[in-house]
Design a protein around this ligand. Sequence first.
Ligand code: DC
Length: 225
Amino acid sequence: MPEPKEFPKIAIDGPAGAGKSTVTREVSRRLELKHLDTGAMYRAITLKLINENIDLNDLDLIEKTLNRTEITFNEKQRVFLDGMDITDNIRGAEVNRLVSPVSAISLVRRRLVEMQKAVARESQGIVMEGRDIASRVMPDADFKFYLDASIEERARRRRKEQLEKGIAMTEAEVIAEIKNRDMIDSGRKDSPLTMVADAIVIDTTDMSLEAVVEEIVSIVKSKVS
Ligand code: DC
């Protein structure tokens, strides 16, 4: 890994339910660094393809759609699709069901990875979360964290999150959904979920998310001038 700088680039990868989103948000707040949730970008493009009823096999139409799509974030981490705030629309059942297949389309990945690389280049320090950040988007990151947790714990967190939104799911349903997402995210040809050789792996199963944040912040602070 290169010598870390005053404004570090931090990659946080891992499967769904490992605690990435909460941890990334809090780490970026504590270190006063910009934050990019790349999963939200895949979710935004998925929402657009759903809204426009686009066949996921129609690559020409998907390319044309990508050419006229703008995904932006504001400082409060709200997500905008073509100028519209869609933050509250990208965590629903339909987007959940289709986001893994959409993010397995090479054309979609290529475009979003390009956008994410540009954000990394233009930022003075960043915490970026996703599946392929250390392996593909920021291979030169100063810190590469990989968060993991047992499937039971990931399912428990996901169920709780869904319940808070008023959606009741059985444990078996949640486990099936997570296994299906893992299979697509890890099995796709183009930049799958990857644990790089120099990743700092944190198993969050028996840790509170505050403890995970503390561990990451202290590792970064110990190395950054
Ligand atoms: O982190 P999340 O659950 O919001 O991610 C949604 C989907 O996006 C997930 O199924 C995999 C995909 N994704 C990806 O392929 N690459 C990334 N860098 C981030 C997310």
